[in-house]
Design a protein around this ligand. Structure first.
Ligand code: SOE
Length: 384
């Protein structure tokens, strides 16, 4: 099996999910490449060395510019804060490296397009880590929709609810809290949480054409960890929008970090002419299925336990009846990427496809400011 030397940027939560996926993928999937945890890169050398020891990285680097130029690296994986995505991805592509990038692709204001152009002109394989597509139950939903089980789709509904920023004493900025700093994150829950729901929605139900949104920042100023001063909060704490899909269906999306009682509740529901599907991240190994064509007396919602060999990805795991969880979605992402590499293609969503999600989040933020319906850019391009 060919070796694929990984240069990972970032050792936070996502650095761990990605490293774990690279380590485990060949134990469970027959893929044409063996990822090698070659170099971990982060500004804090001491923390990076600790991370390298824990996960088995061979080298430590503190300058991502040196990492992307390094001849012994094949693939740059970007698991660092959002403001680093564009410069690292562009430099990595220019150096001829494959690029895997944590979502969202970049901050709004042109970064995602620059990144897409960089990987396209360099012709390097690329992918964005939208891991919820790789939940086995969500992949089954995709399969059922493609088989036409729902018929014409009328409604799509998605929510991603958290509660971790409710305290006004929580500072913004710096390690672990950069998601609250608009200069680093680009936006709040729109780019962080809605982006996931939008990626899954486009994958399952097609292009979103227009949106009408509202956002709110509940805590207007917080101490900044880097300056030590109280500074205005620029991120959206909550974001909700109405949408029209190109297939004629209507949608509601909501994300917040102020839903007391919910730590990470991502739910989605699709209602069609013949049936409906519901999925819930807290019960991620189940898909709720309703088929109106079932015999009337016993017709009802079925809770399908996604653990059988004929369910997506499940032939690679344990024996029927035994479930898998969150970490596996990242392993699936790497497996799909490596399989794609063997076939000479990028796995989905590549940067070009992930741009569609950025166009929707841009439209959401614009609509929230202007308080009107906004056409999504990709939709404009298609009808021009
Ligand atoms: C934020 O809390 C976060 O970690 C996101 O950044 C992830 O993308 C999401 O999957 C879980 O929540």
């Amino acid at each position: 099996m060919k070796k694929l030397n990984i240069g990972m940027v970032g050792y936070g939560f996502m650095g761990r999910t990605h490293s774990n996926a690279f380590l485990k993928v060949t134990n469970f999937f027959d893929v044409p490449y063996q990822p090698v945890l070659k170099t971990i890169c982060a500004r804090n050398g001491e923390r990076a060395r600790f991370f390298a020891g824990k996960w088995g990285y061979q080298n430590v680097e503190t300058d991502w510019r040196k990492l992307v130029e390094s001849p012994d690296i094949d693939l740059i994986d970007i698991a660092s804060p959002n403001d680093t995505h564009a410069p690292i991805a562009s430099a990595a592509a220019a150096a001829g490296k494959m690029v895997m990038c944590q979502k969202p692709l970049g901050r709004s204001g042109g970064e995602p397009e620059t990144m897409e152009k960089a990987v396209e002109s360099a012709g390097v394989p690329n992918v964005v880590w939208y891991n919820y597509r790789r939940v086995h139950a969500v992949a089954l939903a995709k399969q059922l929709i493609e088989q036409g089980r729902l018929g014409k789709v009328f409604h799509y509904r998605a929510k991603f609810l958290q509660a971790w920023t409710i305290s006004a004493d929580l500072p913004q900025g710096g390690e672990g809290l950069w998601r609250l700093d608009v200069n680093v994150a680009g936006s709040g829950v729109t780019g962080d949480l809605l982006a996931h729901t939008i990626d899954t929605a486009i994958w399952l139900n097609g292009q979103i054409d227009e949106v009408a949104a509202m956002t709110e920042t509940f805590i207007k100023s917080r101490k900044h960890n880097l300056s030590g001063k109280v500074e205005p909060v620029g991120i959206d704490d909550a974001s909700a929008f109405l949408a029209r899909f190109r297939n004629g269906s209507l949608a509601t999306f909501e994300a917040t970090r102020y839903a007391r009682g919910h730590k990470a509740l991502y739910t989605l529901e699709i209602n069609g002419e013949h049936g409906s599907l519901m999925w819930d991240l807290h019960d991620l190994h189940r898909l709720q299925v309703f088929d109106h064509r079932d015999e009337g007396l016993t017709r009802g919602w079925k809770s399908v336990h996604i653990t059988d060999r004929d369910h997506p990805y499940m032939a690679h795991w344990w024996v029927p009846g035994l479930q898998i969880g969150y970490e596996h979605t990242f392993i699936h992402q790497v497996a799909d990427f490596l399989t794609g590499l063997g076939e000479g293609k990028s796995a989905a969503p590549d940067f070009r496809e992930a741009l569609l999600t950025d166009y929707v989040t841009d439209a959401v933020l614009e609509s929230a400011v202007n308080r009107n319906w906004v056409k999504v850019r990709a939709a404009l391009a298609a009808s021009e």
